[in-house]
Design a protein around this ligand. Structure first.
Ligand SMILES: Cc1cc2nc3c(=O)[nH]c(=O)nc-3n(C[C@H](O)[C@H](O)[C@H](O)COP(=O)(O)O)c2cc1C
Length: 426
């Protein structure tokens, strides 16, 4: 099944069923433009053989980032760099799709002390996020326009599709959730109101890119937090997406409060598990697949060829999304397509800062956050190495990964601030 092509509702063809899911790169320059590191990183991945490479979060508004180092596309200033990036991927034989995104309240203080969100519900994780400002009607209209503008620019740069990020607790996901969206106006309250921003963004994007250009949506099957977006709500949203002209639905789950998509998996757990346990969201995706009229892609936890084949053959998903394995072995798709490789590496149980109280299941929120950050830092390091044309450094320990991550993040944040201050002065 994995090597079979897939035709999307818009008519676009995808040559096989493997997709590199979005991973934020942190490789943009101080003006938030793509760089030669993006080209090197993605041409390595493209040569690996996956049909589609999704970019990491590309932000629609320079004021609000998921992280300093994100590429921002809000005007034509970075188009030549985007074209080079796309060309590098096409030369390697893959398609490049842009994940377009707004972080909402999940925008770190280093980028903006007052993020923009549906309501003033502050994210309390590691003291890293300021109290958000509630989006006004004008802000909401601006957000809709920005998503469409960014998508149009991606199309102009030659990218093969766009994905609207409505998962993982970012802005559109915050609007969907009754925990973060406390609005009383037409954008809050009932699920229909909470989903209307996502539907408006898709409508405006489709109007901008035309009927033949692929539009995907990444949606949570559930937020996995009390009072958040539920599986039942997700099923209803998929009903609405059926009529919205979406070509591919990626299913994930979790937010910064509950990093479900980032779960640590022990190697023996996967070896002994049923395939349902291998892919974290497959069980949930079945309910969405039952109502979805567009193809779906499940992402999260796939690590065996047998698990991927079975999920496709049983009709639980149409595409397989994978992220972390690309940082360890960029060539695995070709090796899997040739059935030379059946199991992907699972280093997660070695990426923890400690066990018990100091481990990823610690009763302390802060310790859990530090474990998540060290895992993220470890993967960011591999992405940077691949972007520099080097091979992954698998023996990096989690504590140095964490320290590096903090240092690099600070440096990127300040470099960016100096660059924009310089621009303002000159
Ligand atoms: C380093 C890293 C960065 C990520 N950045 C993004 C991102 O920019 N956008 C997104 O939707 N998901 C992001 N994710 C989540 C992945 O797309 C994916 O949903 C998750 O890693 C589960 O898939 P996996 O088990 O195959 O890694 C990121 C994951 C990692 C490890």
């Amino acid at each position: 099944m994995i090597e079979k092509s897939l035709t999307l509702p818009c008519g676009h063809q995808i040559p096989n069923r493997l997709c590199k899911a979005a991973m934020t790169e942190g490789l943009a320059d101080a003006h938030d433009h793509a760089t030669p590191s993006h080209q090197r990183l993605y041409s390595t991945w493209a040569r690996g053989g996956a049909a589609v490479l999704l970019t990491g979060n590309i932000m629609i508004d320079r004021r609000y980032l998921e992280r300093a180092g994100n590429v921002v596309v809000e005007d034509r200033s970075g188009l030549p760099q985007l074209r080079d990036w796309t060309q590098a991927v096409h030369n390697g034989g893959s398609q490049l799709w842009a994940q377009i995104s707004h972080p909402g309240r999940q925008c770190p203080r280093l980028v903006n002390l007052t993020p923009l969100a549906p309501s003033q519900v502050q994210l309390r994780v590691a003291g890293n996020f300021g109290k958000p400002r509630e989006a006004s009607e004008a802000d909401i209209q601006d957000i809709i326009l920005r998503f469409a503008t960014t998508a149009g620019l991606m199309q102009e740069a030659g990218m093969d599709g766009v994905q609207i990020h409505a998962a993982h607790g970012y802005l559109l996901s915050q609007f969907l959730s009754a925990r973060t969206n406390l609005r009383q106006d037409r954008w809050g309250g009932t699920l229909a109101n909470r989903a209307s921003l996502l539907l408006e963004v898709i409508r405006a994007t489709r109007a901008r890119v035309g009927p033949r250009y692929p539009i995907a949506v990444k949606l949570n099957s559930s937020d996995f937090v009390k009072g958040g977006f539920t599986l039942q709500e997700s099923v209803q949203v998929v009903h609405w997406l059926n009529d919205a002209g979406v070509d591919l639905l990626e299913v994930s789950g979790g937010t910064y409060e509950q990093l479900e998509f980032f779960k640590l998996q022990a190697e023996d757990e996967i070896r002994d598990s049923t395939r349902e346990r291998e892919a974290m969201f497959l069980e949930y995706a079945k309910s969405l697949k039952a109502v979805a009229r567009m193809p779906i892609m499940v992402t999260g936890g796939f690590r065996t060829l047998a698990g991927m084949e079975a999920a496709l053959k049983d009709g639980h998903t149409d595409m397989i999304g994978l992220a972390r394995p690309f940082c360890l072995n960029p060539n695995f798709p070709t090796q899997m397509l040739a059935a030379q490789l059946t199991h992907l590496p699972v280093p997660e149980d070695k990426l923890v800062l400690g066990r018990g109280y100091w481990g990823p299941n610690s009763p302390s929120n802060s310790i859990r956050s530090l474990n998540n950050l060290s895992q993220a830092g470890w993967y960011y390091h591999q992405i940077e190495r691949l972007g520099a044309g080097r091979s992954p450094q698998i023996d990096l320990k989690p504590l140095p990964a964490l320290v590096r991550h903090f240092g690099k993040d600070l440096a990127r944040g300040f470099r960016r601030k100096f660059a924009s201050a310089h621009l303002t002065l000159t």
